[in-house]
Design a protein around this ligand. Sequence first.
Ligand SMILES: CC(=O)SCCNC(=O)CCNC(=O)[C@H](O)C(C)(C)COP(=O)(O)OP(=O)(O)OC[C@H]1O[C@@H](n2cnc3c(N)ncnc32)[C@H](O)[C@@H]1OP(=O)(O)O
Ligand SMILES: O=C([O-])CC(=O)C(=O)O
Length: 441
Amino acid sequence: MDNYITKIQKNSIIPLAFYEQYDVKKGLRDVNGKGVLAGLTNISAIHSFDEAGDPMPGILEYRAINIKAISEHLKAENRFGFEEITYLLLFGELPTASELAEFNLKLVDKRHLPPEFVRDIILKATSNDVMNSMSRSILSLATFDEKVNEMTLENVLDQSLSLIANFPLLAIYAYQAYNHIEKDESLYIHYPDKNLTTAENILRLLRPDKQFTDTEAKVLDLALILHMEHGGGNNSTFTTHVVTSSGTDTYASVVASLSSLKGSKHGGANIKVAKMLDDIWKNVPDHTDEDAIFDYLCKILNKDAFDKKGLIYGMGHAIYSLSDPRAEVLKSYVKELAEEKGLHDAYQFYKKIERLAPQAIAQERNIYKGVSANVDFYSGFVYQMLGLPEELYTPLFAIARIVGWSAHRMEEMLNMNKIIRPAYESVLTTKAYTKIEDREL
Ligand SMILES: CC(=O)SCCNC(=O)CCNC(=O)[C@H](O)C(C)(C)COP(=O)(O)OP(=O)(O)OC[C@H]1O[C@@H](n2cnc3c(N)ncnc32)[C@H](O)[C@@H]1OP(=O)(O)O
Ligand SMILES: O=C([O-])CC(=O)C(=O)O
């Protein structure tokens, strides 16, 4: 293997200077970190710089409606919102009461898996990586769909609604199977309840006694809403655009996006945050010693601690600078929940990391805009307080984000009709083929 690795490194590493010379937009970004314009969208908008080009607190709008207004209204009216905001994102308008009731029925009607699917597919090969288990299940569901390759808007919407309705089942049954087969726990496969919302059903499917409080379900509902959509350029949604443009089917497109989302620089950061906070808590014995915490954060950045990747998870964002509005909303819930659950010290610890990490990153990296907590920073803490297992943190993100992927897939189909195909310039000069006996050892 060492020999192969040496050859790969010798023949694949391209001098850094070439990227500048050829004006390559690394990460499809300009030198200031701004993404190259790859498309237009009606689905959501993200604002992080003001008209003068100065960083401002982040704003996220779903179909032009501020997500803070959405979450405030839902809280004030003490209502669930996942289904309503799914409607908004997919169809572009808030539903009337009767439209929402009809849409709820549609999702309920679709929320079931083929007979024996759990036994024959989900229980067959288990893994602690629930995202991969979900991918396997989605591709298996494709084999049950006689219209798998039919690319009409009507069929793609129908397939998307089925997947949106069934994502909670795919995630939680995969977790239950893993928990039973690999962790020797009892097996619980509860059926969803037609009278419950998506968030309530998630808790019902997960808990052995199917019980949960209204507050728990509403907090989960809000967390899902905040994760549903984030423009066309985020890694998993851009993946949706790329693969949709090739004409692939809905199941394959969703699996591609799911595979992107699980990466630890994207949705997979939420589980990393939980593990990293645990690691810092264990390695810095005095949890109030800010100098020691700062030094440890610098060790993480210098690849001397935690997973040695040099990243402080849950911090930083490709677009936001001063703040990610989703993290702010989640934080307000974390505060209340932490007091309720007697986790005051853990909350204070999270807040310290949130304050010190940007300073450590600014010291150790070249930051052209500010760094602040992103949506993944507090989400895991919320899930922990709801008693949800770590294995489900990123799948919960997927249960929400599939709505955004579905809206973007349809937008791509309707507007672009052009295969996405950027350019890669070769930096080699042509050489002759050498006969095998003439090759140097
Ligand atoms: C749902 C989501 O996807 S939210 C993001 C979830 N991901 C994470 O929390 C992982 C940690 N964060 C990161 O890796 C980054 O902040 C990203 C991937 C989110 C954004 O990265 P970029 O767009 O490159 O951010 P930005 O341009 O502001 O970064 C400037 C420099 O600071 C570094 N940096 C930014 N955030 C961090 C961080 N949290 N830890 C260490 N270094 C960081 C970048 O790697 C970059 O260094 P480089 O110039 O040597 O490449
Ligand atoms: O926009 C991004 O790059 C990542 C992100 O926050 C998301 O997908 O929610």
